[in-house]
Ligand binder design. Structure first.
Ligand code: NAD
Length: 270
């Protein structure tokens, strides 16, 4: 068993909604390497799906409620995990939310209410989770969040989510500096576009995916399993000297400055 990268490691995976979720791909990747996983769920509808997925890999997985916008839920969830396990080694934050009606059209039309809700769920939650999780990591650990290029560049319709991801990436750096002396690493993966429940709420997502496919250096979109493998790297000791980093797993799309000369012209319904 000693060859397994995640042998004797226990961690919390937050953000599985269904089997298309990036969190599920990372859960499968770390599970294959021997990790024990606790899952969280925000509501009863998702609990059913998380429970049936968790049973396929680890029938005794702790599954705890954590709606990150409910005051006290994050503390309660990590208290329950502490009761069961005492200590943990890793946490995945794969959580984002914004009103889908504002993930289309202009950023300037974002409402105050949705701006604050988006920031609370998609950004602030990482800070609160780091505080609670770090108390359960006396021997160090690895915390990973998921972000997107819309943090740094204007992507059509990504709007307030791009602003939240910019704040999330900045949070990763501040959290890495705060928790580094405890040997707790905090990083983010900036994933290329993947069709999931969350991304299907973004306006013209099909067009955005096709554009990325035609213009990324690898001329394709990233597979969710590839983000899973990168998640394994970040959550395991393979990345033991990496912290405060935003690691692109996007077939290289982030380096591109303009449309490829061989890329077809796309119309919005392509
Ligand atoms: P997903 O819909 O499978 O996952 C989003 C998760 O957020 C869901 O499990 C949902 O339950 C959870 N969530 C929303 N509000 C919550 C709340 N109040 N409390 C707790 N959980 C809550 O979609 P996904 O694409 O796998 O998203 C995972 C992460 O990856 C997100 O941070 C997303 O922004 C990021 N990301 C996705 C893409 C993509 O193209 N799909 C690209 C880059 C980054």
């Amino acid at each position: 068993m000693s060859q397994y990268l995640m042998k004797n490691k226990r961690g919390v995976i937050m953000g599985v909604a269904n089997d298309a979720s990036i969190a599920w791909a990372i859960a499968e990747a770390v599970h294959k390497e021997g990790a024990k996983i606790a899952f969280t769920y925000p509501n009863e509808a998702i609990l059913k799906r998380v429970t049936s997925l968790a049973e396929t890999i680890q029938p005794d997985s702790p599954i705890v409620k954590c709606n990150v916008s409910e005051p006290g839920d994050i503390h309660q969830a990590f208290s329950q995990i502490k009761e069961q396990w005492g200590e943990i080694d890793f946490v995945l934050h794969a959580i984002a939310f914004s009103d889908r009606h504002q993930l289309t059209g202009r950023y300037v039309d974002t409402t105050r209410e949705n701006f604050l809700k988006t920031m609370e769920i998609s950004c602030f939650s990482l800070t609160e989770i780091c505080k609670e999780a770090s108390a359960l990591m006396p021997h160090g650990g690895s915390i990973l969040a998921l972000t997107y290029l819309g943090a740094n560049r204007v992507i059509p319709h990504y709007n307030v989510m791009g602003v939240a991801k910019a704040a999330l990436e900045s949070s990763v750096r501040y959290l890495a500096a705060d928790l580094g002396p405890q040997n707790i690493r905090v990083n983010a993966i900036s994933s290329g576009t993947i069709r999931t429940a969350a991304s299907s709420g973004i306006g013209d997502f099909h067009y955005i995916m096709n554009w990325n496919k035609n213009n990324s250096p690898l001329r394709r979109n990233v597979l969710v399993e590839e983000v899973g493998k990168a998640g394994l790297y970040m959550l395991s000791d393979l990345s033991s000297a990496v912290t405060g980093d935003v690691h692109y797993v996007d077939c290289g799309y982030n380096i591109i400055g303009m449309k490829a000369v061989d890329a077809p012209d796309l119309i919005i319904n392509d």
